[in-house]
Unconditional design. Sequence first.
Length: 595
Amino acid sequence: MIGWLVAHSLRFRGVVIALAAALLGYGLWVAWHTKLDVFPEFAPPMVVVQTEAPGFSPLQVEVLVTQPLENTLNGLPQLATLRSESIQGLSAITLVFDEDADLYRVRQLTAERLATAAAQLPAGVRPPRMGPLISSTSLVLILGLTSGQRSPMELRTFTDWTLRPRLLGVPGVAKVDVFGGEVRQFQIEVDPDRLLAHRVALDEVLRAARQATGVRGAGFIENANQRVVLRTEGQALTPAQLGATVVKWQKGLPLRLRDLAVVREGPEPKFGDAQVNGTNAVVVNVHAAFGANTLEVTAAVEQALEEMRPLLRAEGITLHPRLFRPATFIERSLAHIRFSLLLGGALVLAVLWGFLLDWRTACISFASIPLSLLAAVIVLDRCGVSLNTLTLGGFAIAIGVVVDDAIIDVENILRRLRENAAAPAPRPVWRVVFDASIEVRSAVVYATFIVALVFLPVLAMGGVAGRLFAPLAWSFLLATMASLLVALTVTPALCLAWLGQAGTHREPAHLAWLKRGHRRVLRAVSRAPRLTIGVVGLLVAGAVATLPFLGGEFLPEFREGHLVLHMAALPGSSLRHSLEMGKRVTAELLKDPRI
């Protein structure tokens, strides 16, 4: 098989070189357009179910909302873990499924269970809903809005009704969460004494308020030629209109809502707030959709914000666009790794030329690096794997192995061509190239597979570690296997095309000197095998002895430039106290010139 592949590569060397050039161009295009991220997707299939229960205490939420939903969702196929959190007015349930579960299928099954569970929840509890399909690293941007001219309610209203819809319209954005400010609402403060005096039940007040703020269809009128749809205009849009709503009639006189309660426009009760540099603000978290390119989504969101800047200035609103921007760390990390790859390639090329002193030989050996790496990038992209720090790290490790296959082949071909040129009856060049390639190929294939076996245990790891480090192993293995294929096809074809007259060149003097020195070392080692094994054994033992002092971490420390500070106040602390504590801590932190 190997001989057939090498022979046909030499016979159709023009086609092989053309295909290699096409692979190079297509690989560059794929690498430019592929998804970029810091980490691969390492979280297991997960579904988050949230249920709002306005006015319910944490205990009521736990007993009346969370537990019935847990009983309904328990037993879902491939469900591994179910955990929940119940706070005032909100139930959050997280379902974690087996690693091999189909995320779209389990979401469909969860939605079917939730449809039956909604009817069992108490009155006033909103229907449970699943969170959007997002990845474990979905947060692409945190931005803030402050204003010295707009009230917190106006700022929140602008964010909810103008900014948030615009950001949700950006391709790749799955969710936009808004925190802080004051949510506008109509408030009805009922006077119990007035209810008793007029003998009105609270349910009657609620019914009247719902009818006044609801929208109903009014049917239609149809004649021989046209159907006219009727529309009602009775919805209360202001506190005065809502206060004028008739609750009931007593002795022929209307009893209005304003006669029983104070009706006004006010902020929704707060359970949290947001600040930027100690100033009350509205903070917006933008999440990307599952599988989206973080850099592309970030750029699109920032473009949308730039388009809205004139409107923000006109409204007297200050935009803080980069409170947290993961794309900055991604760009910096990938730039460093790209530089390391380019530097490694340049050093390899310099060493090749320095030892071989022939630019054609150096270029043939070096060509295996971009061809092998780009072939691996194409396969990873087709499998839906992003280019991240782990995949690029695998490529960086593979550079030495990738170029080694080609160097062995090229050096042996070059040596055999020189010997053939010095022979009394030189053989055809293509035959020399073929025999030289086959001569070392078995050893190279075995060595490549042995090196590849080292990474197989990484693929066998499970859990988060397996999902995190598997792309590193796959990128190394794909690049290594691609280099083996390149060495069997492209390298012999290039050698036959470019090194046909290599026999006319003598071996560089410094290379001959190095070979003589190497032979002397080999003779000395072979005369004292026990001493050699003993020295190597001592070195290995010394290296093993240092292992306990190296320490260990699941991941190295990342210098993202962001620190997250969590503070816990005493149970029962008010929101105002928490905000004041946050302002004091912010003031102290801002004294540091590095912040």
